[in-house]
Design a protein around this ligand. Structure first.
Ligand code: ADP
Length: 228
């Protein structure tokens, strides 16, 4: 059973534009793949449908064979614990410490406080920020801020992590470091889907690439094909 399946999905926003048109593909458990395409191709919309910040106009999105159309009301929050998101602008709370930012999803989920401390510290160590837990986001570099955003998305141990242009604000060296963090996630049981228009970076990673063109799935490139 695939972790994620799009079955004939279209999305039309108000207005004349079709953002996504008849998309079908599957993602296996623990897979890491990219979604690429020009600005406006539909990358963010695709991720938003998985995270339930938008609903399809036609077709279905299934996670673990469950149609997300049936995930409503309070179940949406539960769904979002299994599907984490990293934003380009990371959206950290600037008046809270690094520790508090990462702990927040666990506190909202009602995790016991002893457990919260343990999990936040393990996660901060993993992203290389173990020594900065008391810092405010404003005292950190752009790359470090993005690492906090990743730690916050991963602390709930999601089955799937969605990242929308996660390296858009970073120089190439920092971007490569962030990509290495993502690359380590499948081994920890989290599949990763990264939207990026940075083709050079995507190619270097040698992973599966979904190519969107004006809302259509123009290509689904396997790592083997990328190598040739
Ligand atoms: P990408 O992430 O590849 O840049 P988007 O998913 O953001 O693409 O956008 C796909 C298309 O949908 C574009 O034509 C965009 O203008 C349109 N669009 C995206 N979000 C909205 C929205 N909230 N309302 C109306 N149109 C939107």
């Amino acid at each position: 059973m695939p972790l994620l399946r799009f079955d004939g999905v279209s999305k039309t926003y108000d207005g004349p534009h079709t953002a996504l048109s008849d998309l079908s593909f599957s993602v296996a458990e623990g897979e890491l793949l990219f979604v690429t395409g020009h600005s406006g191709a539909g990358k963010s919309t695709l991720l938003r449908l998985i995270h339930l910040s938008e609903r399809p106009s036609r077709g279905s999105v299934l996670v673990d064979d469950r149609n997300l159309a049936k995930v409503r009301g309070r179940q949406v929050a539960l769904h979002r614990r299994r599907v984490g998101v990293v934003h380009q602008d990371h959206r950290l709370l600037t008046d809270r410490s690094v520790y508090e930012n990462v702990a927040l999803p666990l506190l909202i989920a009602g995790t016991p406080s002893a457990e919260v401390g343990k999990r936040v510290r393990v996660m901060l160590d993993k992203v290389g920020l173990g020594a900065r837990e008391r810092a405010r986001p404003g005292e950190l570099s752009a790359g470090e801020q993005q690492r906090v955003g990743i730690a916050r998305a991963m602390v709930s141990q999601p089955r799937l992590l969605l990242a929308d242009e996660p390296t858009g604000n970073l120089d190439p060296t920092l971007a490569a470091e962030i990509m290495q963090l993502f690359a380590a996630m499948p081994a920890q049981g989290t599949a990763v889907m990264i939207a990026s228009h940075d083709l050079a970076l995507v190619k270097r990673m040698r992973r599966r690439v979904l190519v969107l063109d004006h809302g259509k799935l123009a290509d689904d490139i396997s790592p083997e094909d990328l190598a040739s």
